[in-house]
Design a protein around this ligand. Structure first.
Ligand code: SF4
Length: 351
């Protein structure tokens, strides 16, 4: 007996007792026990670490959609295909398109968050007019007004500024997610108004890349794509043998296309080199992660350019057909030399 008056059972005694009691069970009881044992994991069986796909939606009346609408996410240029699940006219789920060869059902967190554009309680459903308080004052009060009233107010203020010769006091920044062609209409409108201050997200987004592409390839648009190219019928970016990512964290910013590249890399064995001062999730996938000192990208690229140019490691035919090499030398020659003096770029970048 233990100090608390309970009989202490030895391990051997417990096992013997269990064997006897099992022998005493009827066949039906044994069957019940087997089912129960199968339902609860045995202590000596490891539970798989990887989660298994359970489809909780199937056969759930509440989660089964009565309509699925094909749509697309507009939050980035991956333009993921979406399947919007509706029940009684309400969005109950948003899934990626599983039959898209690049997307393969994937998307990032922003895709399903699009539901918030519809149901978020802070969503503005009509223009709001300040009825008290000063501009920028957090205690200002606003009231909803009709679109007609809002447009009349804006038009009269615009015209008053134009008539006073102050049209340039009106500035505009257009979103990159407007329907195609809208930006050029806004541009024409500002020209007619007489204000040069019309811009879009380009200067803080991809204008530099677009200009570099136009300068190098004669096209301001990307020249590559994901999946099978419609014209050549061949795999495009997925067939690359070497990926160099410089200052781009695609695992987080473009997870769908990055996952596609990783899948294709399994087949092609393409090498992935990531240059980033921080070990990002993208860098963690790389064969080689190079970490220059922050803010030294330009020195690094100039050093690379110098190496390529001085060792003739470029497509001479392509360069002969373009003004590229002459322009590089004319515009950046002195900087290239400076960048490579005594491998200076390596010191600048702390490599
Ligand atoms: S990657 Fe994300 S943000 Fe970009 S299109 Fe797909 S779901 Fe939208």
């Amino acid at each position: 007996m233990t100090s608390k008056g309970k009989k202490k059972t030895s391990r051997r005694g417990f096992l013997q007792g269990a064997a006897i009691s099992t022998a005493a069970l009827s066949a039906a009881e044994l069957l019940k026990k087997e089912v129960a044992d199968a339902a609860s994991p045995r202590q000596d069986q490891a539970i798989p670490l990887q989660s298994t796909e359970f489809d909780f939606i199937q056969k759930s009346a509440a989660l089964e959609p009565d309509k699925i609408v094909n749509s697309a996410c507009q939050f980035c240029n991956s333009l993921c295909r979406l399947k919007v699940h509706l029940k009684d006219g309400r969005i109950i789920d948003v899934l990626g398109e599983p039959n898209d060869p690049v997307q393969a059902g994937g998307f990032c967190i922003k895709g399903p968050m699009m539901t918030q554009l519809v149901y978020n309680r802070f969503r503005l459903k009509s223009p709001m007019k300040r009825v008290s308080g000063n501009k920028g004052d957090s205690s200002s009060k606003f009231e909803p007004i009709s679109w007609d009233e809002a447009l009349s107010i804006i038009a009269s203020k615009f015209l008053a500024l134009r008539d006073a010769g102050q049209a340039k006091a009106i500035a505009n920044k257009t979103s990159g997610r407007l329907p195609r062609g809208t930006g050029s209409l806004v541009g024409r409108y500002f020209s007619m108004l007489g204000s040069p201050n019309n811009t879009d997200v380009g200067p803080v987004c991809n204008d530099a890349g677009g200009n570099a592409l136009a300068w190098t390839f004669g096209l301001g648009n990307f020249t590559n794509g994901y999946g099978i190219d419609d014209v050549t019928k061949k795999e495009d970016l997925g067939s690359a043998k070497f990926f160099l990512f410089l200052g781009t964290n695609q695992a987080e910013t473009h997870p769908v296309t990055f996952a596609y590249l990783l899948r294709s890399r399994v087949q092609t064995k393409a090498k992935l080199v990531v240059i980033d001062p921080r070990l990002t999730p993208t860098g963690a996938q790389a064969d080689e992660w190079i970490a220059p000192k922050p803010h030294t990208d330009l020195a690094l690229v100039l050093g690379m350019l110098y190496h390529i140019v001085t060792n003739n490691l470029y497509d001479t035919g392509f360069v002969k057909r373009s003004d590229f090499s002459r322009d590089v030398e004319k515009k950046y020659g002195s900087r290239l030399l400076i960048a490579n003096q005594s491998n200076e770029f390596k010191m600048i970048c702390a490599l």
